[in-house]
Design a binder for this molecule. Structure first.
Ligand code: PEP
Ligand code: MN
Length: 374
């Protein structure tokens, strides 16, 4: 099922000639000098299309720098007047929207901590009614695609058609190499549901550390995301917020220079023929996999009947361990990643159990199990 969003292409509201599209600027506007000087350096690189800066900062704990506030809008105006870069800020309330629009901010974005809250998103959407301004919606902090979609729908329902999504990763309790887990599948799922919705990656907030930004940016481009939002500060070492993940404008250029741009399609007939041939092979194998799955489930059903007749439990943990170990090792020998083989087998196994539950409890319990898909 596709989402019913009314969307205008990216090039109707931002210059898309430069590849890749880069929106850059400091995490926070700190002083007029810092913002304007950073903006000049970014504009001079010739690689940046729009200037970002947070002026109202959502901080996790009180007592930290909460943004310079409305005065920052004047600095953004000056930065834009002097560099020609369109500007973008985060808005989290109806008042922010009004002030930003009054100050001529070109693009607004909804932050991850706002996307989680439908009241906040609705307040922002209400303030946007009757206004023609582009809005970018970051994913919610938690890995919940529906919340992200809901926020996009609320903004779109307010009449905003210049809309984009920003993938900035998801919070997880477990600490990993990333500040926010990319969970690429969620962004890919959104792209599948809304193919026309521009998707921009924010590698800075995914990485939390400037060394990972290039890697994440490349991955985003390889997934055909349309742009990057990267935090850049004239002197990251003294940044008031997100110091570890900001890069100088010249480091930003290095990151961009190292990116390999690949096209989603090509007109080269030979390449296309080869791709078609390979895809046909994949299709054949996928058909075989589905056919084999159906055969396997058929056998699981027979086993279910047999266990029922002989009063044996569905799950025999030893048997399951044996299947898992043998196949994971076999997969390893065939160069399949053990995590992949394990996940795949778990999925197949849980469907087998569901089938057997169905067979063995053809009564109320069976129906409930079916509903719960266990
Ligand atoms: C930011 O862009 O500086 C920011 C606060 O991001 P996020 O909403 O993704 O945490
Ligand atoms: Mn930041």
């Amino acid at each position: 099922m596709k989402l019913d969003l009314n969307i205008q292409p990216l090039n109707t509201w931002i210059k898309t000639g430069k590849e890749p599209l880069v929106i850059a600027g400091p995490c926070s506007a700190e002083t007029e000098d810092q913002l304007v000087a950073t903006a000049h350096l970014l504009a001079n690189t010739g690689r940046v299309t729009a200037l970002r800066a947070g002026i109202w900062k959502p901080r996790t704990r009180p007592g930290e720098f909460e943004g310079i506030g409305s005065i920052g809008l004047e600095w953004l105006k000056r930065a834009k007047a002097e560099t020609g870069l369109p500007t973008t800020v985060e808005v989290a309330t109806g008042k922010h929207v009004e002030e930003a629009l009054k100050a001529g901010v070109d693009i607004l974005w909804v932050g991850a901590r706002s996307t989680v809250n439908p009241f906040t998103v609705q307040e922002i959407a209400d303030a946007l009614k009757g206004v023609d301004v582009p809005v970018m919606v970051k994913n919610p902090v938690n890995p919940d695609l529906s919340l992200w979609i809901g926020a996009l729908e609320r903004i779109n329902n307010a009449g905003i058609t210049k809309l984009a999504a920003i993938h900035r990763g998801f919070s997880s309790y477990e600490k990993t190499a990333f500040r926010n887990e990319p969970m690429w599948d969620i962004a890919i799922h959104l792209k599948t549901l809304a193919p026309n919705l521009p998707l921009i990656c924010d590698p800075s907030h995914i990485s939390g550390n400037r060394d990972l930004i290039g890697y994440i940016s490349q991955k985003a481009l390889d997934l055909d995301m349309q742009g990057l939002m990267i935090e850049s500060h004239i002197d990251p070492s003294v940044a008031w917020t997100d110091a570890k993940q900001q890069v100088t404008p010249s480091a930003l250029v290095d990151i961009i220079d190292r990116l390999t741009l690949r096209k989603p399609e090509t007109r080269d007939a030979e390449v296309n023929d080869k791709l078609t041939e390979l895809r046909n092979n994949i299709d054949k194998i996928d058909d075989l996999i589905i056919q084999k799955m159906a055969e396997r489930m058929n056998i699981a059903e027979q086993i279910g009947n047999y266990k029922k007749d002989n009063n044996i439990t569905i799950l025999q943990i030893n048997r399951w361990d044996e299947i898992l170990n043998k196949r994971v090792n076999y997969g390893k020998a065939l160069k399949l990643h053990p995590d992949f083989t394990e996940k795949l087998l778990e999925l197949i196994h849980s469907e087998s159990i569901r089938k057997q539950t169905e067979v063995m409890n053809k009564d109320v319990a069976g129906q409930a199990a079916d509903k719960l898909h266990v």
